[in-house]
Design a binder for this molecule. Structure first.
Ligand code: AHR
Length: 496
């Protein structure tokens, strides 16, 4: 028998809505043929695919990162503004393709406004310079009568875009990055870029590249960066892509430990360096690229190769991948005190919850847990105790079969419990109880599941995996619930 015990007063941090963010990169069919397809009958007058917009609206992403990714490290933002017919086509050095620049800053801002999402721009700290980065901030946010502000106005945007979140570079710790930098080089570059960008707009929030190349020089990187620039860093960015590389379900399901380890290690480093350097403001973690990515993962045959170019990134997800989505979101909620932003990578087609064709789209398995958590998540994370069945996988033994997180919605007086049952075959009968307070009526259960762990949603059969809803009753201090094998469940419980 499994037990989940919750003390409603044992809170562990405010859940930032920004953990339900997304990421859109100029990469294969994410922008062109995904978000933006002006010749499609499915697109609006601005070239945005309306079916994609409608699907994305359901995910309620509060923030979207753009334009890369690796792409940004050779991107010239000026190429993507002004009359479309005058925009230059360039070779994108990250992915070795031609970038037409038909979609750029203003199109992206418009796209974000359609989704009611905050834009989060990353500047080129690869082959780009500080002046270019500052100019972009000024073009977007400036209000004085400067040449760049007049240019934005000429492009039809009288009011500033007010872009609040700015990342400086991308995966600068990876040898594949155009403009890879050592810990020393990046700490210095970030400090100078950040200082100058803040002089253009003091109110912007800065995101520094932390770690994407695991394991590597994590300690040195974070330490140097925070020592030199801690006073202007608001977020430290981490990237995590995972996959079932060995086709071993049990091993795959232990990835909860990897998320735990990475988040705990970086939290500890931030705390230690902040203490040593008297950094008084909180530096949050932004997991600003995360997802399952392995079926189309680049196979670099030549170990000396510095390229990292995937096929087309069009992963077709199955149910076990959707369980990982639940596991990752549980870890962000459990670390709500430090993880204040996370961006599902990417939005459309390229390892994405949505796959398009010219005539429509399919919602992939991972769409459903993301939509469920985003829609139901409360504002306060709870520190949950749970125990019960365990399993072994990969290098681990004694991993709890259930993976759990919980939040509180104080206004609605609801406890929202998220549970991933990682057993492939067994239902998990569980007692859910409160230390104090009581369940007071309805428990609304939303279950993401499908016929088996390899079930996929395709254009032919688009609904093998989806969400089923039901309502049960719970009164008093505890109730029993049976979690289905290979499922992600949200229990929304009325409490008093
Ligand atoms: O999302 C695809 C790529 O993965 C991004 O460009 C890069 O940041 C990461 O390596």
């Amino acid at each position: 028998m499994n037990r989940i015990k919750i003390d409603l007063e044992r809170t562990s941090g405010n859940v930032s809505r920004n953990i339900f963010g997304g990421f859109a990169e100029h990469l294969y069919r994410c922008i062109y043929g995904g978000i933006y397809e002006p010749d499609s009958p499915l697109s609006d007058k601005n070239g945005l695919r309306t079916d994609v917009l409608a699907a994305l609206q359901k995910l309620q992403m509060p923030i979207i990162r753009y334009p890369g990714g690796n792409f940004v490290s050779s991107y010239r933002w000026r190429d993507g503004i002004g009359p479309r017919e005058e925009r230059p086509a360039r070779t994108d050095l990250a992915w070795a393709v031609t970038e037409p620049n038909h979609f750029g800053t203003n199109e992206f801002i418009h796209f974000c406004r359609e989704l009611k999402a905050e834009p989060y721009l990353a500047v080129n700290c690869g082959d780009g310079d500080m002046r270019e980065a500052c100019d972009w901030v000024e073009y977007c946010n400036g209000t004085n009568d400067t040449t760049l502000v007049k240019l934005r106005r000429k492009h039809g945007f009288e009011q500033p875009h007010n872009v609040k979140y700015w990342g400086i570079g991308n995966e600068i710790d990876g040898s594949w990055q155009i403009g890879y930098k050592t810990p020393q080089e990046y700490a210095r570059a970030f400090t100078e870029f950040g200082k100058a960008m803040k002089r253009v707009d003091h109110d912007i929030k800065l995101v520094a590249v932390g770690v994407s190349n695991w394991p590597g020089d994590i300690v040195e990187r974070i330490q140097l960066l925070l020592e030199q620039a801690g006073n202007i860093i608001d977020y430290l960015s981490l990237h995590t892509y995972v996959g079932n590389f060995k086709n071993d379900f049990a091993d795959y399901m232990t990835l909860s430990e990897l998320f735990e380890e990475r988040l705990s290690v970086c939290e500890g480093l931030i705390r230690a360096v902040s203490l040593d350097n008297r950094i008084r403001h909180p530096i949050a973690i932004a997991m600003d690229e995360w997802n399952v990515w392995y079926k189309t993962y680049p196979r670099v045959e030549d170990p000396s190769s510095l390229t990292k170019i995937p096929s087309d990134g069009e992963e077709v997800y199955n149910l076990e991948d959707a369980l990982i989505t639940g596991i990752a979101l549980n870890s962000f909620i459990r670390h709500a005190h430090s993880v204040k932003m996370a961006n599902l990578s990417e939005l459309v087609n390229v390892f994405a919850p949505i796959l398009t064709r010219p005539d429509g789209l399919v919602l992939q398995t991972i769409f459903y847990p993301f939509e469920l958590y985003s829609r139901t998540c409360g504002q306060t994370a709870l520190d949950v105790f749970w125990q019960g069945e365990t399993f072994s996988g990969g290098k681990y033994t004694g991993i709890r079969t259930l993976d759990v997180s919980a939040t509180l919605n104080e206004q609605k007086k609801q406890l929202i419990l998220y549970v991933v049952n990682r057993s492939q075959t067994e239902s998990m009968e569980t007692t859910v109880s409160l230390y104090s307070g009581r369940f007071s009526g309805k428990v609304h259960a939303s279950v993401v599941n499908g016929p088996d762990i390899k079930a996929e949603n395709t254009f032919e059969i688009p609904d093998k995996v989806g969400i089923r809803e039901s309502i049960t009753k719970a009164e008093g201090q505890s109730f029993r619930y049976i979690f289905e094998p290979h499922s992600v469940t949200a229990l929304i419980c009325d409490i008093s």
